[in-house]
Design a protein around this ligand. Sequence first.
Ligand SMILES: [Zn+2]
Length: 496
Amino acid sequence: MARKVRRLTHKKRRSSRPVKTEAAGNIQYEVEKVIGTSNKGNTIYFEVKWKGFPSEENTQEPEFRLTCDDKILSYLVRRLDPIAYLDTIPESIEDIKSMKNNKNYILDVIEPLTSIGQMTVLNGSVKFVNVDSIPSRVRYLKHMITCEQSYILKSLFVPSEDDVRRDMKQYQEELDLLQKSFTDYPKITIRIPYQIQTVFYSPPPLSKLLFEPISEAIFEERESDKYHFPPNSDILGFNKVAPFIDRSHLEEISDKKIKPILEKDRLDFNSNPRFNVRMSLSQYPACGWNLTLNEEVDENTPLLVIAGIVRPVAVAQKCLEEEGEIVAFSSFIEIPNSGMCLDRREFFDFSKYVPHNCEPTCGVRLVNSGNDVPDLVVYSLVSIDSSCTYTVSLDYFQMFQSDVKDHFLKNPAPDGQIFSLYEKLTDFVHCQCSMPSCKEVLYVSTMQKQSQKLLKSSKKKSRLDSEEESEQKIFGGLNLVDSDRIYAIRNGEFVD
Ligand SMILES: [Zn+2]
C-alpha cells in the first residue's frame, strides 16, 4: 500500500477534463474533490481526494500540478466568505508586505481571489504554472489593483437573477450608445448564462473599453478625451462594481457633441467600416468571458481590430521582468517591424476575450491604418459556423514553439514533457484546449537560466558571455501575425 501511495504522489495527475494522455508511462488520475489547503514556503498545497481511492490515500498536491480548475474553484467558493471578501477588497491587498506573513490570509483570501482572477486570463484555456506561487500571486493581485481590474475579484458575489437582468439591460444600452461613435467595430451583445453560477463575472467596465488603437499622446490627454476614454459612472451594478459610464456622457454622445480625435494620418474607418459582423460576449463557468460570432462567416473575413495603447516594445519587456508572464502575456501584443506593441493592461477591447486554441479558427493580419503603425486585425482562417459553435479563437503562443522544441531537445523528457517540467519545478504555460493537436506546452520559462547567466557574466565579463547575453530576445508582446504583409480592407474584404 505504501508503495502505491508513493507512486501516486510522484506521478503526474490529471483532472476529469477531457485531455489526452501525453505519453505511455504516465498514469491519469482523476481528482474527486479538493478538501483542504496549506502552504509550505512559497508553495500552496491542496489536499486531494482521488476518485476510486479511499480517503486514507488522500495526498497533498502543490497547486501548480493540478489542472482541475473547476474542482479547485468549487473548493475555493466553499471556503471564502463572500461578505468578508467584498469588505476587504481592495484595501487589504494594498498592504502586500504584512499580508505575506499572514498564512491564513494567504489561504483564505489571496489564493481564492487570484485563482478566480487567473482563470479569466485568456479565458481559462491556458494555465500559467508558477512554481513560486505565492509571490507570483501577490504580483498578480498588485497588477489587478494598479490597472483597476479589481472588478474581476468580485466574482464570488452572486447577484440575484433579477439584478443581473436589470444591470445587463443597462449595460447593453450603454454599450450600444457608446458603439454609435465607433461604427468600425462589430456589434457586440452581452449574454448571461441561463443559470447564474456560483461564480459570476462582471463584464468589463465600459470606461475601460477601447474601440481603436490609441497613441501614447492621446492616452496622455485622456482626462480631456471623452471619445476614447468615457468617464466612469458611480452607479453600482453587477457584483457591486461600477461597469457603467457617466449618463451625461451618453447624452453628449447621442447629441453628437463628442467628435473623434483622430491621430494625424489615421484613416477615418467610421465613415467606411471594415467589419460587418455581429458577436456575443458570453460567460462560462470557471472561464470568465468568451467572444463568439452570432452568424456564419466565410474564411478570410476581417472580424475586429485589436485595440490598446501603442507603446514601444521596451514597455512589454519591462512588464515581463517586473510583473511576470501572467500579466505580460495577457496584456501585450507586438506590432511587427514597428518597434511598437499594444499595451492592454488598463484599457483594452473585446478581443481580449478571444480564447487561446491550438487549432485556432482565426489569425491576425497587419492592416494599413494611415499611420506609421498598422492595425492588427483578427480574421477567420476557416469558415466559422455552427459546426465549430461560432468559436473565435487565436493561437497566442506560436512565437514560443521553437523555444519549447529547443528546450526538450536539450532536456529530453522520456516520461512526457509536462511530467518532466513538473518534476524539474519549471515555470511553464500549459494548454488545456483539448483539441486533437493540442501542443500542451506553450511556453517554457528560461528566467532561471537567464538570472544564472547574468550572475555568471557579472562575475566574469568574458567576451563569450556578453555575446550570449546580447542574443537574448526582447519580449515585445505576443506575436500573432502570420506574415509581414500589410493589407487594406475594402467593403469588409481584404485587398492588397
Ligand atoms: Zn491546446
